[in-house]
Design a protein around this ligand. Structure first.
Ligand SMILES: NC(=O)c1ccc[n+]([C@@H]2O[C@H](COP(=O)([O-])OP(=O)(O)OC[C@H]3O[C@@H](n4cnc5c(N)ncnc54)[C@H](O)[C@@H]3O)[C@@H](O)[C@H]2O)c1
Length: 259
């Protein structure tokens, strides 16, 4: 397909960049010309993800924990020091937590999931928005989930955290409405990934892996999604082609939520 969306020279911060969706996204954004600031708390995997970018890509890796405000401020400052600005912010780091019903769910894990998935997203917004508002330009994409739109047994806390991400997205979009800064989120469905495998395994402990065809039965597209398909929507929302899109929650789920 022709490269319809170019991001030449744009500076993009991507958190969770060592993960499955983050890695696919830094690759696509770099292929489309963006300069990348890749953030994750897993240093070795982050460096490996950067090493696989096209040779022409301009990219830096920053090891940081998105739940720590000082480290968030540092990664934003490092991006500005290196590239002078931030045009795109993919606020994507997240964890699934434990897979268990509410009655058995440890409070400590509840707090950790909220810390990473909600506080982490909030801190990213808090520190990137001032830069974008000052320059009156920028696009933020948070990663929610279809679990932010519907309930999900055994991942109630994850689901609650992703509902919160959608609320943060809509409210941030409204706070930016007097500017040209846009804030949206993506809601991936069942994406072929470590996280999906962990959730499926957690729901069926000790049993044989659930076949992909079985997982796909309730998806109108009759297949799992690919991380690259989430990245494509992030690239679109990041671009000027989405200039009239703000406050939205884009499903990337093969029609799952519509069914
Ligand atoms: N995989 C799916 O099917 C799916 C579906 C819907 C939504 N999502 C969401 O997409 C996002 C990416 O998921 P993924 O599938 O790539 O998962 P992943 O586990 O492969 O990647 C998540 C990344 O976030 C990083 N991270 C976690 N906590 C962090 C912290 N405190 N500070 C910095 N980095 C941290 C991890 O190190 C990891 O590299 C997550 O927000 C997830 O909830 C995934």
């Amino acid at each position: 397909m022709a490269d319809r969306i170019r991001l030449d020279g744009k500076v993009a911060i991507v958190t969770g960049a060592a993960g499955v969706i983050g890695t696919a996204t830094i690759r696509l954004l770099a292929e489309r010309g963006a300069r990348i600031v890749a953030v994750d708390r897993r240093e070795r995997d982050l460096k490996a993800a950067i090493a696989e970018l096209p040779a022409t890509a301009q990219a830096v890796a920053i090891t940081a924990d998105v739940t720590r405000e000082d480290e968030v401020a540092d990664y934003v400052r490092a991006a500005v020091d290196k590239f002078s600005t931030v045009d795109i912010f993919y606020n994507n780091a997240g964890i699934e937590g434990e897979i268990a019903p509410i009655t058995k769910y440890p409070l400590e894990t509840f707090r950790r999931v909220i810390d990473v998935n909600v506080v982490g997203v909030f801190l990213g917004l808090k520190h990137v928005l001032p830069i974008m508002l000052k320059q009156n330009r920028g696009s933020i994409i948070n990663t929610a989930s279809i679990a932010g739109l519907i309930g999900s047994p055994d991942i109630a806390v994850y689901s609650a955290s992703k509902h919160a991400v959608i609320g943060l997205t809509k409210s941030a979009a409204l706070e930016c409405s007097a500017s040209s800064v846009r804030v949206n989120c993506v809601c991936p469905g069942l994406i072929e990934s470590r996280m999906l495998s962990a959730i499926i395994e957690g729901r069926n402990p000790g049993n044989a892996p659930v076949p992909t065809e079985k997982l796909a039965e309730r998806i109108p597209a009759r297949r799992l999604g690919h991380a690259s398909e989430v990245a494509s929507i992030v690239a679109f929302l990041a671009s000027d082609d989405a200039s009239y899109v703000s406050g939205s929650a884009y499903t990337v789920d093969g029609g799952r939520v519509a069914s």
